[in-house]
Design a protein around this ligand. Sequence first.
Ligand code: ARG
Length: 567
Amino acid sequence: MNLKRLLNDRIAAALEASLGEAAPAVVQSAARPEFGDYQANGVMGAAKRLKRNPREVAADVVARADLAGIAARCEIAGPGFLNVTLDDGFLATSLATSAPVEAAPEPETVVVDYSCPNLAKEMHVGHLRSTIIGDAMARVLEALGHTVIRQNHVGDWGTQFGMLLTFLDETGADSELLSDLETFYREAKKRFDADVDFADRSRRAVVGLQRGDPEIRRRWQRFIDISLSHCQEIYDRLGTTLRPEHVMAESAYNDDLDAVIADLDAAGLLEESQGARCVFLDEFKGKDGETLPLIVQKSDGGYLYATTDLAAVRYRARRLEADRVMYFTDARQALHFRQVFAVAGRAGFARDGMSLEHHPFGAMLGTDGKPFKTRAGEVVKLIQLLDEAEERALAEVTRRNPELPEAERREIARVIGIGAVKYADLSKNRTSDYVFDWDQMLSFDGNTAPYLLYAYSRIRSVFRRGEVDEDALTGDVLLAAPEEHTLAVTLLRLQETLESVAADGFPHLLCGYLYELAVQFMRFYEACPILTAEGDVRASRLLLCRRTAETLKTGLNLLGIETVERM
Ligand code: ARG
């Protein structure tokens, strides 16, 4: 049940009938409670365009709109806004007959490209953001009935691997040592810079790797396996849905790269510039007005990040038959993706109508506003970050519930700690930089994971205290108090929220929705006695409680956050 779309369709039809031509109804949820539940803002613009009096058009639209059985009132306000208040009977029936989440009208095959660490180095906070946001998006799209194909485009190829393999040989480093990839990389680089012979062997290793020398390949594979298992550890700790089978690494496209170059050539797109092979498209200009190249092959014959991404578009179009590809990386890659998408379009790598979308996010900053680092200025190890989240949550849980057994406190702390890290990231508009702040994310007040988890557990405790058999609750809700009406409308807004999240790639819309739902629930909870109410009223309020808990749990799970029954 997508309320917004329903109203939009009905009002747009009336608007078209009134004006004699189609015009957008622009329905959105009401800016203020006194405006009702939804408002339609489209009349003014349409009337102005056709030089008609907006209030007259509004009156005509109200008269024509088929809202019987849906809206209790549709009123004209100001210069021609329409304020819609939904009918309580309609809300009650909708709650009884619709599932919290329903399939979207047009299911698609969507590739979600996310996480994608570079295996030569430690996974960093940018990959953490990509993992958290991308995973939430994959879950939401799946819940709406889309076929989601997760692609973890890990960086496992390139010249630095020659150096790392040679160093691995020398040190005989085991997986323990490799658990600190950052140090391993630094040491290898030191050797590379200091020792000509080492550098030479490294270069030969790269050539061997690219030629497919079986021995070098075997050693490389071992390195990759160890790095990937570290990544999987983080995925599991975070509770993301990424599995080894979602890895489609850069190296997997190796055999396609010659064909990519040949196709670009055949399409007349290749040009040589300073020995390198490039694609120049007029729409990409640098500051000095010169056309920017997309470099696809270096003068030594080596391929680049862009070449692999072109191959990936080709694969996702031809083999995966994607309708849509969503990439989640930091904003600094914006130009790269614009160029790759444009070139892929010209070269015929993308399918007709295939949507290629880069969904960028900002940097993760410390509370000092600087890039997120340890106090010593080093890269933060993600596993340690998650340990700290759980420790901090445990301290708070213990302060609040000292009487709970330790094992239960630890389990609650795990859910809160991991949930807090994820929710803090997901709840901000991803396009801006984001400040990682322990105190804010672990606070029990405001738009945070602990607040929502607490709201959920409060509802669960109502059922425990009342010893209510939830499954025995049936029938429609009775919406008498204004708080009940608003809660019912809010409950039904999950669907339209999820569809917006899916369309725009903005999980913070779902967070904002869940927070609003928790706030509306608390208002209802304070205004309307539940367990002390009687008969149908009690049953109705318990039904509202049950649906709220279900909706909170569904929404949090779609964000990749678990819930606890009490805390
Ligand atoms: N490995 C890249 C990085 O860490 C991100 C890859 C994103 N996906 C892609 N298809 N380019 O910056």
